[in-house]
Design a protein around this ligand. Structure first.
Ligand SMILES: [Zn+2]
Length: 324
């Protein structure tokens, strides 16, 4: 089966920048683009297929069409989920994102109309000097102390600010208070959910001139209020041979992600267990799959069906591969 080249949905949140257009070749309608939803079957912004017989259709429609014909292109491992489990974004943070937290599945199912919770992982693609982010708290807090810190505008004193550099990986489990900081360009792999509880917005206003809504009570319900102890965000090197380095980015119930750095050529294998999604972060070249060649350059995302097959990636490049 041929791979599907995907076209993303774009989001123009107030903190976005211009890199998606200027450096990642994205055909975005916005002057400032915060996010491109590269691999998405979420109703708030679906990916569509580019080229071939499915051109212009949403990925979710294509998945359903194959399913109706008895072909599962998502793979066996995702059968445990009642919908497509993953959402992959490129995020250009020109300014700080709000301090926020996401619920887990149990809480979201109950309080957000059957929606999924959100565990996410950030792979830092670019970081301006001095760029930092918020990853958990710098001390233990009680729920009362948390609520009063939000009320008194002193929450920043309790946030765990961490410097971030290209190649760093931050696994943000649901319940972890977090914020992507200004000057970071990130590839985020997350559960297929759009549920965010905002707790602090740096005293700024939204596009309409009013402060953006906060969700403090729900945030207090779901937040982990223990001090964050993780300090090393370097991904584990899994293998290094023939000019190809492979790093572990994430491995959890919802997704597995690896980062590849290839100096010339690398072969990926897909199986019936899972689809494979590849997002290129740098470089350019060609992909050979399904008996055809497809050019790629940084910023491109492809979806490969769950089947026994090989994909040859030629050209010096770096990319993230995500499976379930
Ligand atoms: Zn988040």
């Amino acid at each position: 089966m041929k791979p599907f080249r995907l076209s993303p949905a774009f989001k123009d949140y107030i903190w976005g920048g211009s890199k998606l257009k200027s450096a990642y070749f994205k055909d975005t309608p916005f002057d400032k683009t915060a996010e491109s939803w590269e691999l998405s079957c979420h109703k708030n912004g679906e990916s569509t297929v580019v080229g071939g017989e499915f051109h212009g259709q949403t990925l979710s429609a294509v998945i359903s069409e194959f399913q109706e014909n008895g072909i599962d292109i998502v793979g066996k491992n995702a059968a445990q989920f009642d919908r497509f489990p993953v959402l992959i974004k490129l995020i250009d943070a020109k300014a700080d994102l709000s301090v926020q937290v996401h619920p887990d599945d149990t809480y979201a199912m109950k309080h957000e109309n059957g929606s999924y919770g959100k565990t996410e992982v950030w792979y830092v693609v670019e970081a301006e000097p001095g760029a930092k982010l918020v990853y958990g708290l710098n001390q233990d807090m009680t729920k009362e102390a948390f609520l009063s810190a939000v009320q008194n505008n002193t929450l920043t004193e309790y946030l765990n600010f961490v410097p971030a550099k290209p190649g760093d990986v931050f696994f943000v489990k649901s319940g972890t208070i977090h914020a992507i900081g200004a000057g970071l360009f990130i590839c985020e792999i997350q559960q297929n959910s759009d549920t965010t509880y905002r707790v602090y917005d740096w005293g700024r206003t939204g596009a309409d001139g009013k402060p953006r809504e906060l969700h403090v009570e729900k945030a207090a319900d779901v937040s982990c209020l223990a001090k964050e102890i993780k300090t090393d965000f370097t991904p584990k090197l899994l293998s290094q041979k023939n000019g190809v380095e492979i790093y572990e980015v994430a491995s959890c119930k919802y997704f597995t992600a690896k980062k590849y750095t290839s100096h010339a050529e690398v072969t990926l294998k897909t199986t019936q267990n899972s689809f494979s999604s590849v997002t290129f972060l740098s470089g350019e070249g060609t992909i050979q799959a399904g008996g055809e060649r497809f050019p790629f350059r940084k910023g491109d995302t492809f979806f490969f069906a769950a089947q026994e097959a090989e994909i040859l990636v030629s050209g010096a490049c770096a990319f993230l591969e995500t499976t379930v």
